[in-house]
Design a protein around this ligand. Structure first.
Ligand code: ADP
Ligand code: MG
Length: 246
């Protein structure tokens, strides 16, 4: 239900994604692993169109967009795709001037034009889900990193995205706080949330991902069942990389 077909992304002379083709099933969790600079963040940003690919095709559910050099993608198409995705960043990126619950209400109010009462009720249910309802009125700066990330996950879910994109969601956290976030993501995975998670955290990846993709130098070197890719990869390049993680 989520498909990337031959996605190419360039920054000036630099080709960062060199024709990436991937397919993700509804309800599946895909771990995106690979060395720093390999293109993981760029790939996630191409799925929610924070970056516009130079060429290729993106499919989310019934929605398809084709990219061509020198052809601008209409803003309405970008908005439509972006609404179907939720993004969780390494450094949380909560709005500092809004409380936890207001952070989660923001999208439904500004984008979906929901009345505040409805948005608040929805946001409280999501905060409950991530174990943060008791901190609904707290300012982000007063929360631990793990708590901020759980609020950020609730915020990303507020628009009921078809896919949750997580860019190294635990790498700014101490192991104990990372575990809180792993627990929340595991729960979402069990409930059938479709996710793509870029991570260096093998514990996170092997706990919740069924599928894994090894991306290096903007190329998918290997993809397959997560267990196999993490324990018995095909390619030497993948073996060497996995060995650095364990
Ligand atoms: P990863 O997340 O796997 O570490 P990135 O997607 O962040 O990799 O980066 C892939 C490559 O793209 C790197 O060489 C990086 O320097 C380059 N890159 C990423 N974003 C930009 C940008 N906005 N402008 C220029 N180069 C970029
Ligand atoms: Mg990155």
């Amino acid at each position: 239900m989520i498909g990337l077909e031959n996605i190419v992304k360039t920054f000036g002379d630099l080709t960062v994604l060199k024709g990436v083709t991937l397919a993700m099933k509804e309800g599946s969790v895909t771990a995106l692993v690979g060395p720093s600079g390999g293109g993981k963040s760029t790939l996630l940003r191409c799925v929610n169109l924070l970056e516009i690919p130079a060429s290729g095709e993106l499919r989310i559910g019934d929605d398809r967009i084709e990219f061509q050099p020198n052809k601008r993608v209409p803003a309405a198409d970008i908005q439509r795709i972006r609404r179907q995705t939720g993004m969780v960043f390494q450094n949380f990126q909560l709005f500092p001037h809004l409380t936890a619950v207001e952070n989660v209400m923001e999208g439904p109010i500004t984008v979906l034009k929901w009345p505040a009462a409805r948005a608040r009720e929805h946001a409280m249910a999501l905060l409950e889900k991530v174990g943060m309802a008791h901190k609904a009125d707290a300012w982000p700066a007063t929360l631990s990193g793990g708590q901020q990330q759980r609020v950020a996950i609730a915020r990303a879910l507020a628009m009921s995205p078809k896919v949750l994109l997580c860019d190294e969601p635990t790498s700014a956290l101490d192991p104990e706080l990372a575990q809180e976030v792993v627990d929340v993501l595991s729960q979402l995975a069990r409930e059938g949330t479709t996710m793509i998670i870029a991570t260096h955290d093998l514990r996170l990846a092997s706990t919740i991902a069924q599928e894994a993709v090894f991306l290096d130098g903007g190329v998918v070197v290997e993809k397959g069942p997560a267990r196999q890719l993490f324990t018995n990869p095909d390619r030497d390049r993948t073996k060497r990389f996995i060995a650095t993680l364990t």
